[in-house]
Design a protein around this ligand. Structure first.
Ligand SMILES: CC(C)(COP(=O)(O)OP(=O)(O)OC[C@H]1O[C@@H](n2cnc3c(N)ncnc32)[C@H](O)[C@@H]1OP(=O)(O)O)[C@@H](O)C(=O)NCCC(=O)NCCS
Length: 278
């Protein structure tokens, strides 16, 4: 089909069934509810053919007024290599305006993103499986509703930009575990339903040892169920995650147009909120 027959238009909830079909075709686990979460926080574009069939998708998710993420970039397999991906991605960058942007690249998407000014930052590691028996580690407890402001502040320090809308949406759909130091929340992790089962993330810690304790706390609640998490590099948790059944199945490249400068020694992200959003 010539490129001119393809229209790039705003994505609405009416496009979600077709979007789910495209992500299934791409081998991604997203359910309609997972698309709805991200579309509800941002704006999308779809590529349509003359008959109104959805050929491709892209979503832009703002993080405040200065940063954002581009995600769910998919073109129907039979129509790849014809410029539709580039047109969708350009439309998402127009939505983003001057913001600094983050994405997680598959090998298929990486050449396009490099050509649009994104630079590689680090690899993250997709882990998943049915959770085996997990030994409890003392420290974590379930968060209270009034912990959310501290959770949002910790996430902002670790991610480099405010993501309050995302964290609030996750709180409405799942649960947070925290480790306190006096009155203060020192570290946290979240868990919610996603894809084939549960997703653990984000997890942000001020002390290295808190990561395993928080993940164990949430994984124990999911014993015997399918869990996914997207692990940052350098955590040292890999052998333990293998032991509890969360095996590495894929890697992906985090790219930014301009990566935020994070304070040395501050809280750090050990597990992403989701591969799509960072
Ligand atoms: C990534 C994806 C969206 C690209 O869509 P597309 O419509 O094929 O992309 P385009 O035709 O606009 O090509 C854009 C760029 O990608 C690169 N590209 C496209 N097809 C390629 C191929 N077969 N081999 C190498 N590079 C290729 C080229 O750099 C191209 O640049 P050009 O415009 O200078 O030729 C598509 O491959 C896809 O849906 N993949 C599966 C889902 C996925 O991995 N999405 C990315 C998640 S981060």
């Amino acid at each position: 089909m010539p490129q001119d027959d393809t229209a790039i238009v705003p994505m609405t909830p009416d496009h979600l069934d077709a979007a789910v079909a495209l992500s299934v075709e791409a081998g991604w686990p997203h359910r309609r509810a997972d698309w709805e979460l991200v579309l509800g926080l941002g704006e999308g574009r779809v590529a349509l053919d003359r008959a109104g069939q959805v050929l491709g998708t892209v979503l832009f998710l703002p993080f405040g007024s200065t940063a954002g993420a581009i995600c769910m970039v998919i073109v129907s397999e039979r129509l790849r290599g014809r410029g539709i991906g580039r047109r969708l991605f350009t439309a998402a960058m127009e939505l983003a305006g001057p913001r600094v942007l983050r994405l997680t690249a598959s090998p298929q998407g990486e050449p396009l993103y490099r050509s649009m000014g994104f630079e590689p930052q680090e690899y993250i590691f997709q882990r998943q499986g049915v959770v085996r028996a997990v030994e409890a580690i003392p420290g974590p407890e379930l968060a209270r509703p009034d912990d959310l402001a501290q959770i949002i502040a910790l996430d902002a320090a670790a991610f480099g930009t405010d993501r309050s809308a995302l964290l609030t949406a996750i709180a409405a759909r799942g649960r947070f575990a925290v480790i306190r130091q006096g009155d203060r929340v020192r570290s946290f992790a979240a868990c919610r339903t996603f894809g084939r089962g549960e997703l653990i993330g984000p997890a942000v810690v001020s002390e290295d040892a808190d990561a395993k304790a928080l993940l164990a706390f949430l994984a124990r609640e999911c014993e015997g169920r399918f869990v996914r998490l997207d692990l940052m590099p350098g955590t040292g948790l890999e052998p333990w995650l293998d032991q509890i059944g969360l095996m590495e199945v894929d890697t992906a490249l985090v790219m930014w147009t301009e990566a935020p400068q994070l304070a040395a020694g501050g809280p750090r992200t050990v597990v992403l909120a989701a591969q799509a959003v960072g």
